[in-house]
Design a protein. Structure first.
Length: 192
């Protein structure tokens, strides 16, 4: 059984771990030095989690005490953030701890996180991704499309199904939330 639950402020330590993993470089590069998380351009995606408008989910597999993956979105204001589009468009991050990758957790997290975003009335979500990152396939599956290049990174946008242009894939509110082995605690959305 897999628990998907809101990312809350008490998950802050895990969110730093997730952001560290999300700073992806092509193999065989190791993870970046952890100190980079304190860089003003990086820490903005995780610091002080739980602000109004923050929206995120974590995955906790059966038998694990701590989350092993997260998909989170934050609206940054006034041009802040590498994936900034406008003040209303959250920037999305996703990461699964290395030993848990490739088991479908990222796909499930993204499906639920996008469903939650659309249900909240968010009209579009932005992200940036390294051109060589295989995560691009995951993003395309959920309706993200490259709209611009920032340095060599893809700036990708997905729109809410009702807005049009977005994929009607698993991120759709119409997607079946009752996949086998998935326990979804919707609860209050991350009171963030
Ligand atoms: C990207 C990430 C969150 C995906 O989570 P995951 O649990 O490993 O992925 P899943 O098992 O759910 O697979 C979903 C899809 O991801 C894509 N994918 C992501 N990483 C991949 C990899 N290393 N190799 C192959 N496919 C990969 C595939 O399209 C896959 O779909 P498929 O199995 O139908 O081909 C996870 O691999 C990760 O944390 N990677 C490092 C951090 C990162 O790159 N974050 C994104 C930064 S923009």
């Amino acid at each position: 059984m897999l628990l998907i639950r809101p990312l809350v402020s008490s998950d802050q330590a895990f969110l730093w771990d997730a952001l560290h993993v999300a700073l992806w470089d092509p193999p065989p590069a190791p993870l970046r030095p952890r100190e980079l998380l304190q860089d003003p351009h990086v820490r903005i995606y995780a610091e002080d989690w739980g602000r109004v408008g923050d929206l995120g989910l974590v995955a906790v597999p059966d038998g694990e005490e701590r989350p092993v993956g997260a998909c989170w979105m934050r609206r940054l204001q006034g041009g802040v953030g590498f994936g900034y589009v406008d003040d209303a468009t959250p920037q999305l991050g996703i990461a699964v701890l290395p030993t848990f990758q490739g088991r479908g957790l990222g796909r499930r997290l993204m499906a639920e996180a996008l469903s939650a975003a659309w249900a909240e009335g968010i009209r579009q979500v932005a992200l940036t991704v390294h051109p060589a990152n295989p995560a691009r396939r995951l993003y395309e599956h959920f309706g993200f499309r490259t709209v611009e290049f920032r340095r060599t990174f893809h700036l990708m946008l997905a729109s809410a199904p009702s807005v049009g242009g977005a994929g009607l894939g698993e991120g759709s509110p119409n997607a079946d939330p009752t996949r086998p082995g998935l326990e979804v605690r919707r609860g209050p959305l991350p009171a963030l």
